[in-house]
Design a protein around this ligand. Structure first.
Ligand code: GLN
Ligand code: ZN
Length: 755
């Protein structure tokens, strides 16, 4: 059989692209130097795939920031305010991604959202009546040529027009239908050019097909591809989907003249049933995503083979074995993990090891089950990987509804807390982290490498906390934070104090642009081994008379930003995490911490892609898990939570149901559409919809923030409103963080004076 992958990571096994790009942003290297680094990485990646024996190798899966942005940029979906800057191409591209503040103007970045149910973020394309779709760049063609020059005929990849329309944001009265003809024409032109350059296959990613499809949606799909496909000539077109199944669209898309259709059989398990109902045409190639592109566990070969068998029993079409999604979502290689013990490593597979799995599966399919690779895999999965915590699991089995219910009811609690804290109207706070400056990171680095003692390390963090407490007091923030200087990352740091976690040294996964995260691995049953944040919070509280907010990562986010187990349910892992965090919350309370924020940055992102699955497959256990963490605190202890990104509109009632006292949202990038939803649902939780975007270095002016506060007050009663940035400030530089917060407090004071 033929083997392939949907895409491969691009940041570099040692995050080379991140570092080069950041240097370019700081004018420390030229564009040429950045381009050279990028070309070197692409070459390494193509050759890695080639040497692993992968038959079809993708190109244009590389990106300087984001593939959706790449597609928008190629198609000239560039709002006027960016074009008006008249920047060179790459600078214009980065202006869309990060905003621009300089000699040529001042524009915010385009909004960024979670890519489907992953922790990767894409830049939201903006369509307006002025958008003129036409080919505007050449990256996809150049990268194909570049690989060809190295003797590799790649399969160029692009985000498809249907997905662009579903993910795009439409402003000033524009609507998706206005762009169908121009989009189709542009994709036709891409096809013609690739064909002329000598491409054999072209992969068009249409993951939006795994969402719920209405008849109108499918009509859009038809209209696009009716026009595009006649241009294909001898170029073979692969329609690639991932992150779910095509239960309501396979019967439509298989009527089109695609040469291949890519289906996900891991997250899109239902695709097997779909295949049972819709006979997959035998004149098309089925690209079968059977190796999990999102998780890091070694594939269970017997299960993979039985999936392939089930596919084959439903179709006579030729099959290409592939990954379930791009390998962008897993780290590069276990080779860079010398500290993981070999007996544990054997259960894991990162991107490169997954290439080996594709190769193994292909080999076993011809050589049969005597193949040593198969026998070794069977032997591995026949023994237990860890020792179960039976007492913990018995405790979880015995939980009752009372364990999930905080008393008294929120309204009553909030009244008690208002008296207790006596905060001004529109209280100001921040989301938790302050800049992770080079000095902060160096301190952690030195501890890790034994260059300083734990006492020296703590001393540095305490000084940093003290310095930032002074700043917060000086400018007049109401509820303070300690700054999170001890944290490498909001999940890994907690995992390090829990039983049942494993960590990597270089297991980086791109989160957005130059940002990467290193998700820990939930290896076994999770419990609290020792206090996590108590020392830092107690120290910080001792340095101020104002209220110091404790700061935890919530159970759902812990799960969602870790690589989850595949041998137990996500529900059980989350309950284990919730009980561990409940111990921490009670410990903080016992040590005098009065406000505790339980971050659920990632609660929204793993919402099933289909609405019909939202509650049954997720919220029905995710919401109770959050409630479990705070259920036992005193009425005077205020529980905050924080959520990042994306649309909350539809799940506002579920968010109220978390029963937190206060929530802060990332909303500024979504232009505060959230506010309408809060109003409509009579949202009860006190709320701080972020008043400025922290994902960009630009400093919001006082007036800008005043305007945002006015917008908020038009929709939410002032008594319920908190004023805060839209997320933590760890990625910002100190001067811009400070300047923004000064403006935030000044703006709040100005608005308070009007009330
Ligand atoms: N408390 C965290 C911080 O400020 C929250 C981060 C997040 O929501 N991603 O960094
Ligand atoms: Zn956030």
């Amino acid at each position: 059989m033929t083997t392939t992958v949907i895409g491969y990571p691009r940041i570099g096994a040692k995050r080379e692209l991140k570092f080069a790009t950041q240097k370019y942003f700081k004018n420390r290297i030229s564009e040429d130097e950045l381009q050279a680094k990028a070309a070197q990485l692409r070459s390494t990646h193509w050759n890695t795939l080639k040497n692993a024996g992968i038959d079809q190798i993708p190109s244009n899966d590389f990106s300087f920031f984001d593939n959706t942005l790449d597609a928008a940029f190629l198609l000239n979906i560039v709002p006027e305010r960016y074009a008006a800057l008249h920047l060179p191409a790459l600078a214009e591209y980065f202006a869309l991604a990060r905003g621009y503040q300089g000699e040529d103007g001042d524009v915010k970045a385009l909004p960024m959202k979670k890519w489907f149910n992953t922790n990767y973020h894409y830049i939201v394309p903006e369509f307006s009546p002025k958008t003129k779709i036409q080919l505007h760049g050449s990256k996809i063609f150049e990268e194909f040529q570049e690989a060809k020059d190295q003797g590799i005929i790649t399969r160029p990849v692009i985000v498809g027009p249907y997905t662009l329309l579903r993910l795009g944001r439409f402003v000033d009265g524009a609507k998706p239908a206005d762009f169908i003809a121009d989009l189709a024409a542009a994709y036709k032109e891409i096809i013609e050019k690739l064909s002329a350059e000598g491409a054999e296959w072209f992969q068009i990613d249409e993951p939006a097909l795994v969402y719920d499809q209405t008849e109108a949606d499918l009509e859009t799909f038809r209209a696009l591809y009716d026009q595009i496909l006649p241009a294909k000539g001898s170029l073979k077109i692969l329609l690639q989907t991932y992150f779910g199944d095509l239960r309501d669209s396979l019967a439509v898309v298989d009527k089109f003249d695609f040469d291949g259709i890519g289906l996900d059989f891991v997250e899109g398990r239902e695709n097997l049933e779909v295949l049972n109902k819709v006979k997959f045409p035998k004149d098309k190639t089925l690209f079968a995503g059977v190796i999990n592109g999102k998780n890091i566990w070694k594939a269970h070969y017997a299960k993979v083979l039985s999936t392939i068998q089930a596919i084959q029993s439903n179709t006579d079409a030729p099959i290409v074995i592939s990954t379930s999604c791009s390998l962008l979502h897993v780290p590069y290689t276990l080779d860079n993990e010398p500290k993981l013990p070999a007996d544990e490593k054997q259960y894991l597979a990162f991107a490169n090891e997954k290439l080996g799995e594709l190769h193994d599966i292909d080999h076993i399919l011809t050589a049969g089950l005597d193949d040593p690779a198969y026998q070794a895999n069977i032997a591995l999965f026949s023994k237990p990987r860890y020792e179960e915590n039976k007492a913990l699991n018995a405790k979880i089995a015995a939980l009752t509804p009372a364990d999930y219910t905080r008393k008294p009811a929120r309204k009553e609690r909030l009244a008690i807390q208002k008296k207790e804290f006596n905060l001004p109207i529109l209280p100001t706070t921040t989301i938790g982290s302050f800049p992770q400056s080079p000095a902060v990171r160096k301190n952690r680095y030195q501890l890790r490498h034994g260059e300083i003692t734990k006492a020296q390390y703590d001393k540095f963090n305490e000084e940093e906390t003290k310095r930032w407490i002074k700043f917060q007091e000086d400018i007049g923030i109401d509820v303070l934070v300690h700054g999170e200087f001890e944290r490498n990352d909001m999940v890994e740091y907690f995992g390090e104090h829990l039983n049942g976690y494993r960590f990597t040294e270089n297991g980086w996964v791109q989160s957005y642009g130059t940002r990467a995260v290193k998700p820990p691995i939930i290896w076994g049953d999770v419990s609290r081994r020792e206090p996590i944040t108590v020392d830092a919070s107690v120290y910080a509280q001792s340095q101020t008379k104002k209220i110091m907010k404790g700061m935890l990562t919530g159970p759902v986010t812990m799960l969602n930003w870790s690589f989850p187990r595949e041998d137990v349910s996500r529900e059980l892992s989350t309950q284990q995490l919730a009980l561990a965090l409940q111990e921490e919350v009670l410990d903080l309370e016992a040590h005098g911490i009065k406000i505790i924020q339980i971050d659920e940055a990632a609660l929204r992102e793993k919402l099933p892609l289909r609405k019909s699955d939202w509650f049954t497959k997720y919220l029905d256990w995710a919401v109770p898990a959050f409630r479990l963490v705070g259920a036992k605190v005193k009425p005077t202890t205020q529980i905050h939570t924080h959520m990042c990104y994306s649309e909350f509109g539809d799940i506002i009632p579920a968010i109220d149901d978390l029963d937190a006292d206060v929530i802060s949202f990332e909303a500024s990038r979504a232009d505060l559409t959230l506010l309408d939803a809060l109003q409509k649902n009579h949202f009860e939780t006190e709320v701080g919809p972020g008043v400025y975007d922290i994902h960009s270095p630009r400093v919001p002016s006082e007036q800008e923030i005043i305007n945002v506060i006015h917008k908020i007050l038009a929709k939410v009663p002032a008594d319920n409103v908190w004023i805060n940035p839209d997320c933590g400030l760890k990625t910002r530089e100190e001067p811009e963080a400070k300047a923004s917060l000064i403006n935030l407090v000044a703006a709040t004071k100005a608005v308070r004076a009007e009330l």
